[in-house]
Design a protein around this ligand. Structure first.
Ligand code: HEC
Ligand code: HEC
Length: 325
């Protein structure tokens, strides 16, 4: 018995020692650096249609994090919707300023970052979503917008704030949160006429609805989104205004807990204007107000086709919709 206890004690000591070493390693290593992805040099051709498209995507997909209300430009800010246990994390200045923004980044460097999350210096960018399934055309239009004369991207000299990740955040980026691999072939979007396929593209590629609307960011699969745990079934805990905990909702076609009993018109209104049958939708649900109706309808058609998941999320009257910390 005594011997067994001794062995147990020794084993525990070894485990504690290893955990302390690992924590120390992660603390010192911080946010990891990777080899820069190979992206062939490219020069994006700018057309007026592309600029319009790029602006629409950036307003929906980049502004929520990067738009600073003081400067009225994409000069970056503290992300208050990140749970405090991850530390203080800041969206970067992505205006055209050559020193503090992305004025000196090449198109290829921007493609590499948006696809994989790896910056021009090799450092992994945390929290910044990867757009690994966005079509080449959409991605190029976003970059064309970043280079345009739109006031949101005019050079702004506000320095990007250094990240202050917690040990937990550092552990995650050293373990489960890794850069996405660079696509090896052209990424194409299906034509809008193919409504369900186009809707799927919008959900997994252009707008990444599944990213927030599946079970947890940590178990999402960026390469094969349908393999994300609880794909589109909601339940992901996020932080909204005034640090309220907001749980994402089930948008699979389950009639009781999902959107199976919604009409197309109700859905379009909820997505574009944040007005759902159950009431107003709060941050961090983006308002996709510049999305066109055809896109919202295609998303609805696709969502109707995905496997229904029964998962009661707050609008169903279970759980607490707002839990103030
Ligand atoms: C969920 C919030 C979020 C969204 C949405 C987001 N970003 Fe970011 N982005 C960040 C954060 C945070 C950083 C800084 C990360 C770091 O330094 O580790 C960042 C960094 C960047 C950088 C690197 C800048 C630098 O100097 O390192 C670029 C470029 C960028 N984002 C572009 C975009 C574009 C374009 C979009 C939309 C298509 C977008 N981001 C959407 C949060 C976000
Ligand atoms: C940044 C995270 C995020 C993204 C991206 C996102 N959502 Fe949401 N969505 C939420 C949150 C959080 C809620 C719950 C808001 C609340 O409780 O007030 C929500 C609510 C909804 C609802 C209301 C459902 C109900 O039962 O009331 C619908 C519909 C919806 N989202 C559709 C979408 C679609 C479609 C997309 C992509 C075009 C999308 N969302 C992208 C976070 C997100």
């Amino acid at each position: 018995m005594k011997k067994a206890l001794k062995i147990l004690g020794f084993t525990l000591a070894v485990v504690v020692f290893l955990v302390v070493c690992a924590a120390g390693f992660v603390q010192v290593r911080g946010i990891p650096t990777y080899e820069k992805p190979q992206v062939a040099a490219l020069k994006i051709q700018v057309t007026p249609a592309q600029l319009k498209q790029g602006e629409a995507i950036a307003v929906s997909m980049c502004a929520d994090c990067h738009l600073n209300k003081q400067t009225n430009s994409l000069s970056g800010k503290l992300l208050t919707e990140i749970p405090p246990e991850f530390g203080s994390l800041y969206a970067a200045n992505i205006t055209q300023d050559k020193e503090h923004g992305i004025g000196n980044w090449t198109d290829a460097e921007l493609v590499a970052l948006l696809r994989t999350g790896i910056g021009r210096d090799g450092r992994f960018r945390i929290v910044m979503p990867n757009f690994v399934r966005m079509s080449d055309e959409d991605l190029h239009s976003v970059i064309a917008f970043l280079r345009s004369d739109n006031p949101m991207v005019k050079p702004d000299p506000t320095p990007s704030h250094e990240q202050e990740p917690s040990l937990l955040a550092k552990t995650l980026v050293n373990t489960v949160m890794k850069p996405a691999p660079m696509p090896t072939a052209a990424v194409l979007a299906p034509p809008p006429a193919d409504q369900v396929a186009y809707g799927r593209y919008l959900v997994v590629g252009r707008y990444k609805c599944y990213d927030c609307h599946s079970k947890d960011f940590k178990s999402n699969n960026d390469i094969e989104p349908e393999k994300s745990a609880g794909y589109l079934g909601g339940g992901n805990k996020m932080i909204g205004d005034q640090h309220a905990e907001i749980i994402t909702r089930n948008i699979t076609p389950d009639p009781e807990t999902g959107i199976g009993d919604w009409t197309e018109a109700e859905f379009v209104k909820a997505v574009k204007y944040g007005m759902a049958p159950g009431g107003g939708l709060r941050n961090p649900m983006p308002k996709f107000s510049v999305m066109d109706d055809a896109e919202a309808k295609a998303i609805f058609a696709y969502l109707k086709s995905v496997p229904a998941i029964k998962n009661a999320t707050p609008e169903d009257g279970t759980g607490s919709a707002v839990a103030t910390r």
